[in-house]
Design a protein around this ligand. Structure first.
Ligand SMILES: [Zn+2]
Length: 201
């Protein structure tokens, strides 16, 4: 008998009523292959949650309460409308035991938000170009390079399983604030950037 799935509440770092917040700041457990039933269920739940969440670019297992090294992400075509450096689209990708390393020193500053940080956003520096690897649910290795927004997304999600949130990377001088303020700034900025890009063609 299959149990009906439900959305699980997010573990939120700045919500004092959230009981298991420490899960967000400790390294998650390595997943072993072949997957056991417990890990399979966590993966199913993460996929379910990701597919039913609106405007969700990526999720990590600790965000829904499981301290496991499992992440999921995608870059659909629409992302190009609001991320100037979304060069590559990517279908839904589940990555187990993911790691990344920078390819080059270059970093890019851009806005980030997170389901584990309520009503907040800020500008964070990330490596522009990375190499990443991990495994799919069958234990097959996945490895690739990523640039721009996809690289940012993979760094954000992989950091989650290492106990690091984007707010830990926020420099004091970085622009940051409540979501409504952030949205207003981003909207204006994106319009200006697109104009510049258009004029360069
Ligand atoms: Zn996040």
């Amino acid at each position: 008998m299959t149990q009906e799935k439900k959305m699980l509440p997010y573990v939120v770092s700045n919500d004092e009523n959230c009981q298991n917040r420490d899960i967000l700041t400790k390294p998650a457990e390595q997943v072993k292959f072949p997957l056991n039933n417990e890990d399979r269920k966590i993966i199913e739940q993460l996929i379910y949650q990701f597919r039913h969440e609106e405007n969700c670019a990526g999720l990590a297992a600790p965000q829904i309460g499981f301290s496991k090294r499992i992440i999921i992400f995608s870059v659909p075509e629409e992302v190009k409308d609001y991320r100037i450096d979304a060069f590559d689209t990517l279908p839904e990708t589940l990555l187990i035991n993911p790691t990344y390393k920078p390819l080059g020193e270059e970093k890019t500053l851009d806005w980030e938000t997170c389901f584990s940080v309520n009503d907040y956003g800020g500008e964070v520096e990330r490596f522009t170009h990375i190499y990443y690897e991990g495994f799919d649910a069958n234990g097959n290795k996945i490895e690739n390079e990523a640039k721009g927004f996809l690289a940012r997304l993979i760094q954000h999600e992989t950091d989650h399983i290492n106990g690091r949130l984007y707010i830990h990377l926020l420099k004091p001088e970085a622009r940051q604030g409540k979501l409504e303020e952030v949205r207003t700034i981003r909207k204006a900025e994106l319009a200006a950037k697109k104009k510049i890009y258009a004029n360069q063609d």
